[in-house]
Write a protein that binds this ligand. Sequence first.
Ligand SMILES: Cc1cc2nc3c(=O)[nH]c(=O)nc-3n(C[C@H](O)[C@H](O)[C@H](O)COP(=O)(O)OP(=O)(O)OC[C@H]3O[C@@H](n4cnc5c(N)ncnc54)[C@H](O)[C@@H]3O)c2cc1C
Length: 336
Amino acid sequence: MKINIIGAGPVGCYLAYLLADKFEVEVYEEHSEIGKPVQCAGIITNSINSVIQIPPEVILNKIKNFEISYKDQKLKIKLRNPDIIIDRTKFDTFFYNKAKERGVKFSLGKRINDLAELKGIIIGADGPNSIVSKAIGNKTTSWMGIQTKIKLPDSQIKASLDYGKFGWTIPEGNGTCRVGIMDEKENAKQTFKKFTKGKQNSLQAGLIPKYNPKNKLCKNNLYIVGDAAGMVKATTGGGIIPGLKAAKVLANCLIKRKKYKRKLRKVRKELKTQLIARKVLDHLNDEEIKKLFKLFRKEKNKKILEEIDRDNLKKIAIKLLLRNPTLITYAPKIYK
Ligand SMILES: Cc1cc2nc3c(=O)[nH]c(=O)nc-3n(C[C@H](O)[C@H](O)[C@H](O)COP(=O)(O)OP(=O)(O)OC[C@H]3O[C@@H](n4cnc5c(N)ncnc54)[C@H](O)[C@@H]3O)c2cc1C
């Protein structure tokens, strides 16, 4: 049985690598170079190690100091396991090389416009505008992410909640920071201008899909994974780790003939928790945010945020709720 994967991003390449021993696999990528153009802030949590060991040459920086701010409110945490700042082109190339070494065939510079061109199983790892997701019948909406690089001496990661969905400052470790925002498409340019105070060069912009738990993940011979399936954390726009985790599940399901949706339960629950957190964040007023910062500054709560990384938000939420039952008063925000 032939498996056709559309999209040679990290998720498509990783999936191809996992399937290569059992199937004939071909990957189609519209760009002629892997990992370009870069449209990513390139920050991942330590959870990457639960998926795969990445080589040191892909890593630019590791940072434990993390500051979350909203207007005059600040919360400084020291992560037990540092966040990892990657060179996204090298990261994607790492997965591409692994797949190639296992005998995967790549057709670079080939855009698939019509799925009828392909025979066998078709997997959409083709990003936020996935043609495979559309063929399955899904409708996906997206935020916009825009970033630039600015010379800044910062050595801590900053998340600013008062700019769009949030703004980020991520030190590359060479006196340069990746500075950007995620917001609704219609506001993104304006929010970015405000956040960077007009300083901008070498702009990178891209869509960040909104996870929709109602979307289908497969139909007949069609499957979707990664950004194509909206598998992005709605709090931060991070999609690398959920996408890679889902690729692992999908590979196992295809090899062992198991049901993808059912086996993906853990990833789906995490993405749902991220979505709920997004809804709550979107409906908080200044006073409520101030109260939350006060609560998170308490040592017992800060410790939870320091010890469990944000790819495990469900675990964080359960621990926080158990220690702070009053947090349940924020629940009605989910339904607004
Ligand atoms: C500004 C910005 C910043 C981000 N920062 C982070 C971050 O710091 N951390 C993080 O975890 N995530 C981040 N993300 C999200 C992250 O980039 C994605 O979640 C991740 O790239 C998903 O990988 P993927 O392989 O599923 O899709 P993609 O990386 O989008 O790869 C899809 C590939 O499919 C190809 N393709 C699409 N359609 C076709 C077609 N019809 N035929 C052939 N090829 C096709 C595309 O060219 C592309 O190469 C950010 C996103 C943006 C926009």
